[in-house]
Design a protein around this ligand. Structure first.
Ligand code: SF4
Length: 216
């Protein structure tokens, strides 16, 4: 009897569906894993409302972790959004399933919600892309070696002014900081400014390869 009740509980607990906008196979075009092939799993929904954001408005479907897993190509998954941490229960379940199958996991987050240290230890790369003006616990994220910070330079309200980047990076490990230009035009008009700033501050520059060559 106990066994039956316990098993039912476990089965229910492991049956979370996730709201997913899209799943596709491509090459990571930006950040510390730039150039690497991966299956992208884009979570729907976000707790922020950045001006000009198009990702959180995309339509979505509820998909089980098992069905997501069945659609993965290769041995690397990039979980992005929207904001993946707004579906933490299902996200944890998905992480465990991927780990059990020796899949390398990357997560991209706006950094406003914590990911526990136990969950963080299961991840290969975490890219925190903080939005200027939002509440992010930089001290917490900075303690983990697999966490990288990606600051976006641009004219949108949520992008980072140069002075704010200069101030913020004093408290972070420089080798894990990236500056990336905003833009969906292959010319990336702010690329040179971002490049020069990264060079001046001694931090990393990230291009947007998928934008340059008009790929997803
Ligand atoms: S944090 Fe990202 S997904 Fe969320 S609203 Fe801002 S740009 Fe969009």
């Amino acid at each position: 009897m106990f066994f039956t009740v316990a098993m039912t509980h476990i089965l229910k607990a492991r049956r979370a569906n996730l709201r997913i906008s899209e799943i596709f196979y491509s090459i990571q075009g930006e950040g510390p894993a730039m150039g690497r092939p991966a299956t992208f799993v884009r979570f729907a929904g976000c707790n922020l409302n950045c001006d000009g954001c198009d990702t959180q408005l995309k339509s979505w479907k509820e998909i089980s972790c098992r069905d997501i897993f069945e659609r993965i190509r290769g041995k690397r998954v990039i979980i992005t959004g929207g904001e993946p941490t707004t579906q933490m229960t299902g996200l944890s379940e998905l992480i465990d399933l991927l780990i059990d199958n020796s899949i390398e996991i990357h997560i991209e987050t706006n950094g406003t919600n914590p990911i526990t240290k136990k969950e963080l230890s299961k991840l290969h790369y975490v890219v925190v892309s903080p939005k200027h003006g939002s509440q992010v616990n930089f001290g917490y994220w900075a303690t983990k070696e697999n966490v990288h910070f990606k600051f976006v330079l641009g004219k949108a309200e949520w992008c980072w002014p140069v002075e704010a980047i200069e101030k913020q990076i004093n408290f972070l490990p420089k080798e894990r900081i990236w500056i990336m230009p905003l833009g969906n035009d292959p010319d990336l008009s702010l690329a040179k400014d971002s490049w020069d700033l990264a060079l001046r501050l001694g931090i990393n520059y990230s291009d947007r390869l998928h934008i340059r060559i008009r790929r997803k």
